[in-house]
Design a protein around this ligand. Structure first.
Ligand code: ATP
Ligand code: MG
Length: 501
């Protein structure tokens, strides 16, 4: 057996009073894919940021090829052959593909002027793109690419850096079905070429598919690991949350009342020539599936009034609604929980409490004064119900782990007593335990009479959470599947534009 390329021993790290890592051991060999798993806030990203030279550990040691090293900075990490694809992408979107791949290391032409050799840069970038099966011109601006492709550009960059240790922190959380499959193929190829890969994900089926070993952290410590043949859905869940999750998916119980939230002939600004019609019953969770660019987010935003005056007939409980702005939507009890928490979901610089109570402040206000105790209590209640992991509701959101930030986004909207909730990727980056909680919450809301429209690119989620599934392809609604027809192959067929047979 080959010696590990990387060993981390007894790594400790604290942030103020939070002990993020309490002596973690971790190793990976060449040509091995190790999945690093654990609940939100378990310390996965922190451990990797230490390896990537972003943070310094308080204690512990790192060995590369058996030799003790100290990684002072990101450029140190790069020198040791470590490449890091971050949870939140790190590309410069006003530069083109080649410039992103070679950022800071542009090939130079000879001669004393040392000019950037643009031609060589583009030729070399093209080689890496080709290796990844990415068919785009190297002079395309990053801003014109989908997130999936931007991510491939980051991987191309890692290849060009001759990465021997590749860290991927939730690489598929913004990708859809086909893109995820492609990415997993790329990971497999890299493994075959001898790269050591550390793969962080909350999607169990991906880990099942790709990992040679799963290492699980809980509360900043190792709790165990699973060898290839031991990796199953149930074992991973049990190790991560420390108990069995017997009711992961809640079966629908209440009868759906059709004809509650009805949309007729909706035009969106992106696909002005297509009309979309569908209805969400009271008590129903309607899944909305499709590939990136299918127009799902546009439908959600149009319904929330973000596109301006809606060109459509919208009925809620048989009443025709005029929605010209998000204020109108909110007035009627329609809320959108957006996919990008950094842009529209929350304000990360302020405490959790303020984020949750911001949209409903008047409900806590009494004679013009905000009843601070009540606000605090409401925020604390909903956080404990959703298991938000934070020292207190006064913690600033920016210091929470990715998944806990997502829970705060949800908590904020759930405190508003909605009639229609539109979720855009509700569990992106959320761990299994929290997913189960969010699903239970969604089902609970549905049963209390809310109509829920759920956009999701997580196939498992679409299949198990939805009462019915609507599928879109390039702005067209290609079909709506009843519960009994909700199978992966049926959804995929509609998602690539083939209408129901
Ligand atoms: N810069 C920071 N300042 C303060 N606390 C931090 C900081 N970075 C991380 N933490 C805390 O350290 C702990 C571990 O966070 P980390 O981001 O490593 O979790 P994670 O396992 O990557 O979670 P997720 O799956 O949600 O991304 C959390 O309690 C988090 O709030
Ligand atoms: Mg993380």
């Amino acid at each position: 057996m080959t010696a590990p390329v990387l060993q981390m021993r007894g790594v400790e790290k604290h942030f103020g009073g939070v002990r993020a890592l309490k002596g973690v051991d971790f190793e990976v060999r060449a040509g091995e894919v190790v999945a690093l798993a654990g609940e939100n806030g378990a310390g996965k990203s922190t451990l990797m940021r230490i390896l990537g030279g972003v943070h310094q550990p308080d204690a512990g040691e790192i060995l590369i090829d058996g030799e003790l090293v100290i990684i002072h900075s990101v450029s140190d990490a790069t020198r040791y052959g470590i490449s890091f694809i971050h949870q939140e992408l790190n590309v410069l979107d006003n530069l083109d593909v080649a410039a992103n791949v070679f950022l800071g290391r542009e090939p130079l032409r000879g001669g004393f002027l040392r000019l950037v050799d643009g031609k060589r840069m583009h030729e070399e970038a093209a080689v890496y793109l080709k290796r990844l099966g990415l068919d785009i011109p190297t002079n395309t601006l990053l801003s014109r690419l989908s997130i999936a492709r931007q991510q491939m550009v980051e991987i191309a960059k890692a290849l060009s850096l001759k990465a021997r240790i590749l860290i991927m922190d939730e690489p598929t959380s913004s990708l859809t079905l086909t893109e995820t499959a492609r990415l997993l193929e790329v990971v497999s190829d890299l493994r075959a070429q001898g790269v050591a890969i550390i793969y962080i994900s909350h999607r169990l089926n991906e880990m099942e598919q790709i990992a040679d070993r799963v290492v699980v952290l809980r509360d900043g410590a190792n709790v165990g690991e699973l060898a290839r043949e031991e990796i199953t859905h149930d074992r991973m869940v049990k190790m991560m949350v420390g108990r069995d999750l017997d009711q992961f998916y809640q079966q629908p119980q209440a009868e759906r009342v059709p004809g509650y939230f009805e949309i007729e002939e909706l035009h969106t600004s992106r696909y002005p020539n297509h009309k979309v019609s569908f209805g969400v019953g009271r008590g129903e969770i309607l899944g909305l599936a499709g590939l990136v660019g299918a127009g799902r987010t546009e439908v959600a935003q149009a319904l929330f009034g973000i596109d301006g005056v809606i060109e459509a007939t919208i009925r809620l409980d048989r009443q025709v609604l005029q929605i010209r702005s998000p204020q109108d939507a909110i007035k009627h009890g329609i809320y959108l929980i957006p996919e990008d928490r950094r842009n529209a979901g929350i304000i990360t610089e302020i405490p959790i409490r303020e984020n949750i109570t911001l949209p409903s402040l008047e409900r806590y206000a009494k004679a013009g004064l905000i009843a601070f105790d009540r606000e605090r209590k409401a925020a604390t209640d909903i956080c404990s119900k959703m298991n938000v992991k934070a020292p207190s509701v006064e913690e600033r959101v920016i210091n929470l782990s990715g998944g806990n930030q997502q829970k705060v986004v949800l908590a904020k909207w759930l405190s508003l007593e909605p009639k229609v909730l539109i979720f855009d990727e509700p569990t992106r980056g959320v761990d299994v335990g929290a997913k189960a909680e969010i699903y239970a919450l969604m089902r609970g809301l549905a049963e209390s009479g809310v109509a829920i429209l759920m956009i999701s690119s997580d196939m498992e989620e679409v299949l198990h959470i939805s009462d019915r599934v609507a599928v879109m392809h390039e702005g067209v609604l290609t079909g709506i599947l009843e519960r009994a027809e909700c199978r992966e192959e049926n959804i995929m067929r509609l998602a690539v534009g083939k209408h129901a047979a």
